[in-house]
Design a protein around this ligand. Structure first.
Ligand SMILES: Cc1ncc(C[n+]2csc(CCOP(=O)(O)OP(=O)(O)O)c2C)c(N)n1
Ligand SMILES: [Mg+2]
Length: 360
């Protein structure tokens, strides 16, 4: 009898283009990006790192609410988004606010989302996205549906969703990839494998050797990618997008990455479940460090340019948090009105009551 599982598992190799020393190790798969595009990608990653640092500080000052740190995951988040187009539809998880921002969600609205204000969930016209999903895995089912809708309408666009390693244990994960496979829907499913679901290590999450191999049972393409390598993440996303648009069906992409910070700012202490050695092993793979080395060697990036980006990000954040702080507080009536298209009778009663209270 053949050992099919072992055979399949061994076929999933980590796809890498740029190693941790910033050297190209996979010439035939270097994405076709101009110097300006490379600079823009670096700019976005640096900006996002600053946003993360500032968001953590603002949370500690009590000016932000819910926040899930992103440092370490920039290549997975920003380089995947960089391969998308404006018409693509994004269904993010709670840690994926950066992709929303680069898709067009204004910063002050991202801050309002953090503060629990409904306006943070209202995508501006032309920003094709849902607000971040808190229910682990639910966005996978929704992404399959959005992708099928795009296919039926003949759109040249894809639905893109993100979950974590822990998310792959949810029923919704399997339902989403299976449905999208069955309907050959143009979807890209990302798993950002940062090796922990809060404190639970991925080895306790599943017996599977890779998360990418879960694509096999759904009959879709699956890749395992170095999630600290922006060029690899970009290349594989661009490939998956082209395939989907050309009727090739959905793709599951596992990015191997790490979150340097705590799970969220609500009291998680990573030192209780991760070692310093593991942290520093991953810091050596930092996506900003290796991309900076690569770009500096190509003479398309400098410390001066990076400092400009850092200053611009700080200024933008200052303005945006000011605007979010000054934004009118949400009313109970607005909460009710924004929840349903047709109100159930009990909420209709409460709405009336709150309208009276608020007018006094
Ligand atoms: C259905 C569901 N169950 C449990 C939770 C609580 N919860 C929030 S985050 C999380 C861990 C998710 O880990 P992972 O999918 O690896 O994503 P990461 O936070 O590492 O990005 C859990 C269990 C939830 N939000 N939804
Ligand atoms: Mg995780």
């Amino acid at each position: 009898m053949k050992h099919v599982l072992e055979e399949i598992e061994n076929k999933f190799e980590v796809f890498q283009v740029l190693n941790q020393d910033g050297e190209i190790v996979n010439k035939e798969n270097v994405p076709d990006l101009s110097d300006d595009e490379l600079k823009e990608l670096m700019t976005r990653m640096v900006y996002t790192r600053v946003l993360d640092q500032r968001s953590i500080a603002l949370n500690r000052q009590g000016r932000l609410g819910f926040y899930a740190p992103t440092a370490g995951q920039e290549a997975s988040q920003i380089a995947s988004h960089f391969a998308l187009e404006k018409q693509d539809f994004i269904l993010p998880g709670y840690r994926d606010v950066p992709q929303l921002i680069w898709h067009g969600l204004p910063l002050y609205q991202a801050f309002l989302f953090s503060k629990g204000h409904f306006h943070g969930n209202q995508m501006p016209e032309g920003v094709n996205a849902l607000s971040p999903q808190i229910i682990i895995g639910a966005q996978y089912v929704q992404a399959a549906g959005v992708a099928l809708g795009m296919k039926l309408r003949g759109k040249d666009a894809v639905a893109v969703t993100y979950t974590g390693d822990g998310g792959t244990s949810q029923g919704d994960f399997y339902e989403g990839i299976n449905f999208a496979g069955a309907y050959n829907a143009p979807a890209i499913f990302f798993i950002q494998n940062n090796y922990f679901a809060i404190s639970v290590p991925v080895e306790k999450q599943t017996a599977a050797k890779t998360l990418a191999q879960k694509a096999v049972a759904a009959g879709i393409e699956g890749y395992q990618v170095d999630g600290m390598d922006p060029l690899a993440v970009y290349a594989v996303t661009e490939h998956a997008r082209k395939r989907a648009i050309n009727g090739g069906g959905p793709t599951l992409i596992e990015t191997l990455t790490y979150r340097y910070g705590p799970h969220t700012m609500a009291g998680d202490d990573p030192t209780r479940y991760r070692t310093k050695d593991l942290d520093s092993e991953w810091e050596k793979r930092d996506p900003l460090v290796r991309f900076r080395t690569y770009l500096e060697n190509k003479n398309v990036w400098s410390e001066e340019q990076e400092n400009e980006v850092i200053e611009r990000a700080k200024e933008d954040i200052k303005e945006a948090i000011k605007k979010a702080d000054a934004y009118p507080k949400q009313k109970v009536t607005e909460l009710i009105e924004n929840m349903y298209e047709n109100l159930p009778y009990n909420l209709e009663e409460q709405l009336k009551e709150y309208r009276e209270r608020e007018s006094n």
